[in-house]
Write a protein that binds this ligand. Structure first.
Ligand code: ADP
Length: 291
């Protein structure tokens, strides 16, 4: 069932109904920036300027960043730490692909060519996921892979308040290698990486080393590669990111919501620094102590 056909059944729930009626209007109108309402133009976000956890609900954060940067890894870690769902539109698309539903073959062709799925399809998948979470009592989210176009960002802005957008950045030389080294356990879905990245110090930039993330022995014989992680398709995804998603960074920058984070290396160096940038070190200590 699509967003459009479900609007009548959603009417019983004001939150979902309001969301859907906005989406329907947004999807049928042309894309346009609303620059009048913004008070924080061109100021990068700092935690002091952001209301990180508005009263009564959990965080609503977005992760931006090129393919291979590690959005999924860090979004998933933060989602465990903050106990909010990690919603990856890439995963929603892959689930739909695997379901052999009506959209499956159409999506397969788009994804395997490294192209973006239409805003309508993505919004529909995301609406269903949010609606399901809402029914289970979920509040807050960490979105990974959405929004990816300015139109998607405008639609999201009309539906709900985003508190913070974390823009992960990694040296370009590492991105392709990270995608090509990505492996997934076909049984448990665990994510690993066989790439060992060592970029020498050059032009005043320090050496960067990212160790592989090997699978545990029980997953080692069950590893698969995503069909869109081939060199040709990754390069196409990186081009599409520059053309379609880079402007989303500016969308949030002018709204004062963008937190730029340069990954200094692999998880051991990057994770504590990210927590520090997010003012969450204490949170991590409490979690580890409780574990
Ligand atoms: N918000 C979105 N808009 C359009 N297409 C999307 C979106 N999210 C995911 N997709 C599709 O799913 C694919 C995989 O997404 P993802 O796992 O986020 O990949 P990446 O590693 O490139 O960030 C994308 O290449 C695209 O085809």
């Amino acid at each position: 069932m699509t967003v459009l056909s479900r609007c009548s059944t959603a009417a019983a729930n004001p939150t979902v109904a309001a969301t859907f009626s906005y989406l329907i209007r947004a999807l049928s109108s042309s894309s346009k920036f609303d620059s009048e309402t913004d008070l924080n133009r061109n100021k990068p976000a700092t935690l002091a300027t952001l209301n990180r956890e508005p009263e009564g609900r959990n965080v609503q954060w977005v992760f931006l960043g090129c393919p291979g940067v590690g959005k999924g890894t860090y979004a998933s870690r933060l989602s465990n730490l903050l106990v909010v769902p990690h919603i990856s539109t890439g995963d929603l698309v892959r689930d739909e692909l695997a379901s052999s539903g009506p959209l499956s073959s159409q999506l397969k062709e788009i994804v395997n060519q490294g192209k973006l799925v239409s805003d309508e399809i993505i919004i529909d998948l995301l609406s269903k996921r949010l609606e399901m979470g809402e029914a289970k009592g979920e509040t807050g989210f960490i979105l990974d892979g959405f929004p990816r176009t300015v139109r998607q960002a405008e639609i999201l802005e009309g539906v709900t308040d985003i508190d913070l957008v974390i823009n992960l950045k990694l040296r370009e030389e590492a991105l392709l290698a990270k995608c090509l080294g990505r492996r997934i356990c076909s049984e448990c879905g665990g994510n690993y990486n066989v790439a060992s990245i060592d970029i020498k110090a050059e032009n005043g930039r320090p050496r960067m080393y990212m160790a592989p993330l090997p699978p545990p022995p029980q997953c080692a014989s069950k590893l698969i590669t995503r069909p869109d992680d081939t060199e040709e398709v990754v390069k196409q995804r990186l081009r599409i990111y520059q053309a379609m998603t880079r402007p989303v960074e500016d969308f949030y920058l002018i709204r004062g919501k963008l937190l730029e984070f340069d990954l200094p290396g692999g998880i051991p160096e990057s994770w504590p620094k990210l927590l520090r940038a997010l003012n969450l070190e204490d949170h991590d200590d409490k979690q580890s102590a409780a574990a």
